[in-house]
Design a protein around this ligand. Structure first.
Ligand code: PLP
Length: 385
């Protein structure tokens, strides 16, 4: 078995997608250059309309990136010092960073070993701990890690019971579905990212917020442009410059057109990996009724040592692999003084950070390449045994 010798295996192959739609992208860019509306040109509201429809949300507000998308919601809801926002520790730094920007406590919660997502039991423990510390439990930020929606049937009632609201960090999960509900239509609001490597990516930075709440939408729209009021030169709140470029909106319109097909292709890649690998290693588990956007295909090795060996074997075979994330946030320098559910470590986060690794994942992975990658991994197992 061999992979076409002159072709490198990419971890995420953006060029394969671009080759498919290049003429459409070129034409979309040319249209923007022709009309010259670089800031908030007509492609921006057009994209927002299409995204809201896709996600089944009443409102979509596009913005500068996924981090700002999270921040816009927290700012609009007036998160401040003394508030606690509950967030899993096993995530990208941006999830917690925006909470800290506002002087609030990023309160770190442990995860479930099967889904890598927020553990509802740990969340309950964290809320009780926050109250004891005199913090106001304000909001919950579940993360749809690696593309799989968090356990919302458990998390939403916990929020309701404690008079809190839910902001979904779905930077990796846009395109997924939770028991018949599209990601973007769950909780008070959903933030996503169009960073190039995300399931729906542009050619630069971009992001969006989804909500059904008109008042929240209006405040975020004001915050996005420096807190503007009805009169452009009477700013009514402290805002930011958080707009999405028209060029990126034009590119995203073309990418959104092929996104449904790409989601099917991602699922097919995951199924193929699963079939080849399930007898050798812990594969990602997707409960019935959930659809993942498959931002990452993540395996769990038996030990830290085994992960090192498997990654080394893959590297030798010319297969790139990555570790998301090698260090949970509560152990990182900038975040180590923030509170955690247990008051000390978060054992599942710490364990999984030492054992997980991700294989190449994108819609255009060919069967032959998936087989080669899987065989390279299986060979490494057989050698070690
Ligand atoms: C990528 C990512 C973000 C931030 O998105 P940017 O567009 O890079 O700002 C936030 N949260 C998670 C979980 C992410 O993966």
């Amino acid at each position: 078995m061999s992979v076409k010798e002159n072709r490198r295996i990419e971890f995420i192959d953006l060029a394969a997608q671009q080759a498919l739609i290049r003429p459409k992208i070129d034409a979309a860019i040319a249209r923007v250059l022709d009309h010259g509306g670089y800031i908030m040109g007509k492609e921006v509201p057009e994209l927002e309309k299409q995204l809201a429809e896709f996600a089944g949300a009443k409102y979509c507000l596009s913005c500068s990136n996924g981090t700002d998308a999270l921040a816009l919601v927290l700012m609009a809801k007036n998160i401040k010092a003394g508030d606690a926002v509950f967030v899993p520790s096993f995530t990208f730094a941006a999830s917690a960073e925006v909470i800290a920007w506002l002087g609030a406590a990023a309160f770190f919660v442990d995860i479930l070993p099967d889904s890598f997502n927020m553990d509802p039991a740990s969340l309950i423990q964290a809320i009780a701990a926050a109250k004891k510390q005199g913090l106001n439990p304000a909001a919950i930020m579940p993360v749809d890690l690696f593309g799989q929606p968090a356990d919302y049937d458990k998390i939403l009632p916990i929020a309701e019971k404690n008079d809190m609201w839910v902001l979904c960090d779905s930077a990796q999960g846009f395109g997924g579905m939770y028991h018949g509900r599209k990601v973007g239509s769950i909780g008070l609001a959903t933030a996503t990212s169009f960073f190039p490597a995300k399931p729906l990516g542009c050619y630069g930075d971009g992001g969006a917020v989804f909500t059904d709440d008109k008042e929240l939408y209006d405040v975020m729209a004001s915050l996005r442009v420096h807190g503007k009021g009805d009169d452009k030169y009477d700013n009514v709140r402290i805002g930011m410059n958080g707009r999405l470029d028209t060029l990126q909106a034009a590119i995203l319109i073309e990418k959104l057109a092929i996104f449904p097909d790409e989601l099917i292709k991602r699922q097919r890649v995951a199924d193929h990996y699963n079939n080849l690998l399930e007898n050798f290693i812990v594969i990602p588990k997707l409960p019935k009724g959930l659809h993942s956007a498959w931002a990452q295909y993540t395996l769990t090795a038996a030990s830290n040592k085994q992960r090192d060996e498997l990654q080394a074997a893959l590297k030798q075979a010319g297969v790139p692999s990555m570790v998301y994330y090698p260090k949970p946030l509560h152990l990182q320098t900038a975040y180590k003084n923030f509170p955690t559910a247990t008051g000390k470590g978060l054992p599942v986060c710490e364990d999984l950070a030492s054992r997980v690794f991700s294989l190449p994942m994108h819609p255009y992975l060919e069967d032959e390449t998936i087989k080669y990658i899987s065989q390279s991994l299986i060979l490494a197992f057989k050698k070690a045994a």
